[in-house]
Design a protein around this ligand. Structure first.
Ligand code: PGA
Length: 255
C-alpha cells in the first residue's frame, strides 16, 4: 500500500451468503471495529440485503456495495438490476466481472466494459475484477491475460473516469481454494496492472488507482500482502463473513 498516493480499500464480497437479519448482525459487530480506521471499508452484499445493510451502516464510515449490475438503464431484462436502482437503494460500490460471473454467468471482457461504463455514468464506484486461471499461469501467459482484461475493461473510458475505478486482481486459482498468491506474485501482478494503466493514462492517474488483491486473503496473511507497494487493499470472500476475521484484515490495512 502507498497511502500517500491512493486510498486503501478493504471490501468484503459476501457472495450468495447472509439473509437480512444476518447482515444486520454482522454490520453491528463491524461498526466498532471499522470506526476511526484510515482505510475505506466496504461490504458487498446480496441484492436482497442491500436496503438492510444501507440502513445498518447509517452514520458510520462503512460503505455498501452490490455484486453485479446490468448495463442497460431499464426495460425488458428479466432478473436484472440497474445502476439507478442500486443508487436509489444507497449502494456506493459495485463489483464487476468477478471470476464467478465470468465462469458461471457468461460475463465477458465486453460486458465488463459495458457495466463499468454504466456504473461510472450513474455514479457508482466499480470494483473491476481481473485475474488468470491456473492453466494460464502455468502456461506463463498471466501477463498477456491480465493485460488484455485491463485493456478491454477500460476501453473507451477517459482518464477522469478511469481514476474513479477500483481494480481487484484475483487469480482464479486462489479464490475460495485456500491457495493464496505469494506476496511477490500479488505485488508483481498489481504492478503489472499499474504499468498498463500508466501506458493508457499516464503515471499520475495510474498511481492514484486503488488495486486490491483477492483470493484467499485472510486474517493471517493480509498484513504481509498489504505491505507490498502496489497492493492497495483486498477483496475478501470467505474471510469477510466473520466480523472478527474481517476486522483483523481492516486492522492490517489501518496500520
Ligand atoms: P475468497 O474470495 O477470499 O473466498 O478466496 C475472494 C473473492 O472471490 O472475491
Amino acid at each position: 500500500m502507498n497511502k500517500q498516493l491512493r486510498k486503501a480499500i478493504i471490501a468484503g464480497n459476501w457472495k450468495m451468503n447472509k439473509n437480512r437479519a444476518e447482515a444486520e448482525l454482522f454490520i453491528n459487530e463491524l461498526k466498532p471495529i471499522a470506526a476511526d480506521k484510515n482505510c475505506e471499508v466496504v461490504v458487498c452484499v446480496p441484492f436482497t440485503s442491500l436496503a438492510t445493510a444501507v440502513e445498518a451502516v447509517g452514520g458510520t464510515n462503512i460503505k455498501v456495495g452490490a455484486q453485479n449490475v446490468h448495463f442497460e438503464a431499464s426495460g425488458a431484462f428479466t432478473g436484472e438490476i440497474s445502476v439507478a436502482m442500486l443508487k436509489d437503494i444507497g449502494a456506493e460500490y459495485v463489483i464487476i466481472g468477478h471470476s464467478e460471473r465470468r465462469q458461471y454467468f457468461g460475463e465477458t471482457d465486453e460486458t465488463v466494459n459495458k457495466r463499468t461504463k454504466a456504473a461510472l455514468a450513474g455514479g457508482l464506484i466499480p470494483i473491476v475484477c481481473v485475474g488468470e486461471h491456473l492453466w494460464e499461469r502455468q502456461a506463463n501467459i498471466t501477463e498477456e491475460v491480465v493485460s488484455r482484461q485491463i485493456k478491454l475493461a477500460f476501453a473507451g473510458i477517459d482518464a477522469a473516469d478511469a481514476a474513479k475505478i477500483v481494480i481487484a486482481y484475483e487469480p482464479v486459482w486462489a479464490i475460495g481454494t485456500g491457495l493464496t498468491a505469494s506476496n511477490e506474485q500479488a505485488q508483481e501482478a498489481c504492478k503489472l496492472i499499474r504499468d498498463r494503466l500508466s501506458g493508457l493514462y499516464g503515471k499520475p492517474v495510474a498511481d492514484s488507482i486503488t488495486i486490491q488483491y483477492g483470493g484467499s486473503m485472510n486474517a493471517g496473511n493480509a498484513a504481509e500482502l498489504l505491505a507490498k507497494e502496489d497492493v492497495d487493499g483486498g477483496l475478501i470472500g470467505g474471510a469477510s463473513l466473520k466480523a472478527a476475521d474481517f476486522g483483523t484484515i481492516i486492522d492490517a490495512a489501518n496500520n
